[in-house]
Design a protein around this ligand. Structure first.
Ligand SMILES: Nc1ncnc2c1ncn2[C@@H]1O[C@H](COP(=O)(O)OP(=O)(O)OP(=O)(O)O)[C@@H](O)[C@H]1O
Length: 280
């Protein structure tokens, strides 16, 4: 992973209603090629932060930078930014609007002023990637929620963004859908696309991410590699991850690797030491 920062978020604060800050001095650095997970409880501000990354919302304090250039909110900057920073919404109904699947996915590439042939090629490749090509002539409203999610993702993939931001991409997907998502993400990562994903699916986070941010009450309360951030349980900010930890610790207890009341491993290194030292 390169260390060049593609997006920087500096001291970002925002409220929908002046009484309550939804984002409170958020700091985030998104290096080119990174795979970043954003976790945090309901209402922590994850979707609101994503709407800022994509310049749908403007910060009330603080700033964002793309490749070192401060976000502007002119039409030309926003158009450039949205080509490079693609956002897949949590709710596909907030994203899909055309009558048919293909028309929806074609909308972005056609707006890039590509020839119809190139735009169709991109749209069909994106639909193929999410395994929805056979539905290309279907009306959107005939699709299930999971199928709509895939089409919404295809619409963003067809723009070939440098950064793909996904809000709760696994929510509502069946198991084959999650496997397909994993494949798409692995392929995009290999092609150099930067991935930023908000999720409650902490177990899924372990499988693919390099770096985790924990957002709580609008603040980035922790960040680091997933093992170090998600294995800690000694701080209320990490209470979010405890069900997963509970399972790990229960398993370790059942195998009598730790006994109730003993010191619990706090880091991945401690956990690995414990497991390797227990091998016969
Ligand atoms: N359009 C809006 N108008 C007013 N308040 C909003 C709006 N959108 C979100 N909020 C409030 O902002 C706070 C943060 O919401 P946000 O959706 O960003 O959190 P989240 O971390 O994505 O939550 P979840 O995990 O439930 O999706 C919540 O208190 C929410 O009620």
């Amino acid at each position: 992973m390169s260390t060049t920062s593609l997006i920087e978020v500096r001291n970002l604060s925002f409220s929908y209603h002046l009484a309550k800050k939804v984002l409170d001095c958020v700091q985030m650095s998104i290096p080119r090629g990174a795979r970043i997970a954003l976790v945090g409880p309901n209402g922590a501000g994850k979707s609101t932060l994503f709407l800022h990354l994509n310049a749908i919302l403007r910060p009330q304090a603080g700033s964002l930078l793309y490749e070192g250039q401060a976000y502007e909110y002119s039409r030309s900057f926003v158009t450039m930014l949205r080509q490079r920073v693609g956002l897949v919404f949590q709710d596909p109904d907030a994203q899909l609007f055309a009558g048919s699947v293909l028309d929806d996915v074609l909308f972005g590439p056609m707006n890039l002023k590509l020839t119809p042939k190139v735009a169709h090629k991109r749209a069909e490749a994106a639909l193929d990637a999410v395994k929805m090509l056979e539905y290309r002539n279907e009306p959107i409203h005939f699709l299930s929620h999971g199928q709509k999610k895939r089409v919404a993702m295809a619409g963003v993939l067809a723009m070939e963004p440098e950064v793909l931001i996904m809000d709760e991409p696994t929510a509502g997907l069946d198991y084959p859908g999650v496997l397909n998502l994993n494949d798409i993400m692995a392929r995009l990562h290999n092609q150099g696309t930067t991935l930023v994903v908000a999720t409650h699916d902490v177990e899924w986070v372990w499988g693919w991410t390099d770096f985790v941010y924990v957002l709580s009450q609008g603040q980035t309360v922790a960040s680091g590699n997933p093992a170090d951030v998600l294995v800690r349980s000694d701080h209320t900010a990490f209470g979010y991850a405890q069900p997963v930890l509970g399972e790990i610790y229960n398993e370790l207890r059942q195998r009598q690797l730790i006994l109730p009341g003993n010191h619990l491993p706090r880091t991945a290194a401690e956990l690995i030491n414990l497991l390797t030292s227990s091998r016969p």
